[in-house]
Design a protein around this ligand. Structure first.
Ligand code: HEC
Ligand code: HEC
Ligand code: HEC
Ligand code: HEC
Length: 408
């Protein structure tokens, strides 16, 4: 996604809208993070971008950063030493084409926060507060930084043994420059899906029995169990994360019991919402889930005229509203972050029947479980016997041939 920061079609659509709304003033501001080199070189003003500027958030930019102008970091607060020396966490790097230096700053979340923390330039509303959310959360106090999750297989996982450069030595641990987040459509889909499915866990409590025509209640919780910041993170007002709770009849028909959307909604000076980033003067609502925190809700379950009903809870994510994806001409796949199913019965009788059927299926499987090893044993013994008979006969024949006094 860093390599695409400037060419990203969704970014280009949004930047165009921002420019249109502000008479062309905002686009330059957007580019400060989406092409930091183009901005520093003054190329975004002239519109003549070098190939390096078009690389978006590129190697040369990140590896010449030496610190942040402010704390907490944000709004492109990096300090740069544009001297060609490449800086990172390695203390002994030797490169044939450039000078290298050790930088402790590259191992810190503040390095990322310089861009992943964005305030509205005039109203001060937090438009993307991923760094702040991390800093206030439990991961910061445990010393787990962005790099541990987005440049490594995950906290406590790894290490990644390998070479940091094609001619370098094999190292005990290196970092990956893949920076996968949640964007399945434009980023690395495998890594993005893995992030999404590790981010959240669900619980679903249902009553065992609800009589037909009565009303039961199902309890659902969504826990942010794997992300170091609120979910959905980043530019949360365009991200879509939602919980669906459905009742599924025996014939497969689905009925919605409840739905919850998670995200940030901004309002404008007239109190209208939702509004675009540039019109935001305040947050109207924030339903994102903080790290290790949970959303909990109960939904009414009117029991249909059926023996049983299956309750499902599904947590979904997609990077964009469909309308925005269509405008940008990008696919917009929905990823299931987590899902669970439970069955509710209409009577003690229906529950008992289901349990008996399950036990029966179990015992059939159970005897099958015994039959299989027995079968394997029988076949093995038969094969061994055959092999033994064959060997004995062959020995006999060989012995016959070797015997100079035999038949011939
Ligand atoms: C968004 C900023 C960013 C971009 C873009 C980026 N890097 Fe890195 N890179 C880092 C950070 C941060 C570290 C150190 C991670 C740590 O120690 O926690 C690092 C570490 C490294 C290292 C040290 C060895 C290792 O992998 O552990 C090398 C080499 C490297 N990067 C090369 C590159 C190259 C080549 C590119 C372009 C293809 C690139 N980087 C793009 C931020 C970046
Ligand atoms: C120079 C600014 C800059 C720096 C520094 C930076 N990023 Fe980014 N990052 C961006 C921009 C801009 C995007 C969005 C690109 C897009 O979607 O078009 C992005 C995208 C991402 C994504 C992909 C999000 C998704 O939706 O999938 C991840 C993950 C990410 N950054 C992590 C990091 C981490 C971790 C660091 C620190 C090691 C870091 N970034 C440092 C600017 C930056
Ligand atoms: C404990 C692991 C962990 C840490 C620490 C962490 N993240 Fe994430 N991050 C995740 C997971 C998992 C996701 C996918 C779920 C989601 O979208 O929030 C994610 C998603 C993201 C996204 C994409 C959000 C979206 O929906 O577009 C960005 C950008 C991001 N992280 C940046 C950061 C930055 C910057 C930091 C440090 C300030 C950081 N992360 C710290 C695990 C982590
Ligand atoms: C302070 C740095 C910064 C500035 C300034 C900035 N962005 Fe971003 N932008 C980011 C980061 C970091 C991400 C990645 C967050 C995420 O993945 O959710 C991002 C992601 C995006 C995305 C999501 C792209 C995708 O494919 O998922 C859009 C759209 C976007 N920015 C538009 C804008 C517009 C329009 C402006 C100007 C009004 C702007 N940005 C200004 C840092 C910045």
């Amino acid at each position: 996604m860093h390599a695409k920061a400037l060419s990203d079609p969704v970014y280009l659509v949004k930047k165009q809208e921002a420019d249109k709304a502000t008479g062309g003033k905002l686009g330059l501001f957007c580019d400060t993070c989406h092409t930091p080199i183009g901005t520093m070189a003054g190329q975004t003003r002239t519109g003549k971008l070098s190939p390096q500027s078009r690389e978006g958030v590129t190697c040369d930019f990140c590896h010449q950063v030496v610190g942040s102008e402010k704390h907490p970091p944000g709004d492109a607060s990096q300090r740069l030493a544009a001297d060609g020396t490449k800086r990172a966490q390695l203390k002994d790097a030797v490169a044939p084409t450039h000078a290298s230096a050790f930088s402790a700053f590259h191992t810190k979340a503040e390095f990322c926060g310089a861009c992943h923390n964005l305030k509205h330039p005039t109203t001060g509303v937090a438009l993307d507060d991923t760094y702040d959310q991390w800093a206030q959360g439990p991961y910061a106090s445990r010393g787990i930084v962005c790099q541990d999750c987005h440049m490594s297989p995950g906290p406590g996982e790894g290490p990644v043994v390998g070479r940091a450069g094609s001619m370098g030595p094999i190292r005990d641990n290196i970092y990956l420059m893949s920076f996968a987040g949640a964007n399945v459509a434009l980023g690395d889909p495998v890594r993005a899906r893995a992030n999404l499915t590790r981010a959240a866990t669900l619980t679903l409590d249902v009553p065992e029995i609800v009589a037909q025509g009565e009303q039961g209640s199902v309890k659902v919780s969504v826990t942010n169990s794997g992300a170091g910041h609120r979910i959905p993170a980043g530019v949360s007002e365009i991200r879509e994360m939602w919980l669906e709770v459905n009742a599924i009849s025996v014939d497969g028909t689905k009925r919605a019991l409840g739905r919850q959307q998670f995200g940030v909604v901004f309002k404008d000076a007239q109190g209208r919402y939702p509004v675009q980033l540039w019109d935001a003067v305040a947050v109207q609502s924030d339903t994102r889930i903080a790290p290790l925190d949970s959303f909990e809700a109960s939904y009414a379950l009117p029991m249909p005229e059926e023996e049983r009903v299956t309750i499902e809870a599904v947590l979904n994510y997609r990077s964009f509203p469909d309308e925005l994806a269509a405008k940008a001409g990008v696919e917009n796949p929905v990823t299931v972050m987590a899902s669970l199913e439970r069955v509710v019965y209409a009577s003690e009788q229906a529950l008992r029947t289901a349990r008996r059927d399950a036990r029966r299926a179990d015992s059939v499987l159970g005897s099958g479980g015994l039959l299989i090893p027995l079968g394997i044993a029988a076949v093995s013994i038969a094969v061994l016997l055959l092999l033994a008979a064959f060997l004995v006969r062959r020995r006999r024949r060989v012995a016959e041939q070797d015997d100079p006094f035999s038949a011939g």
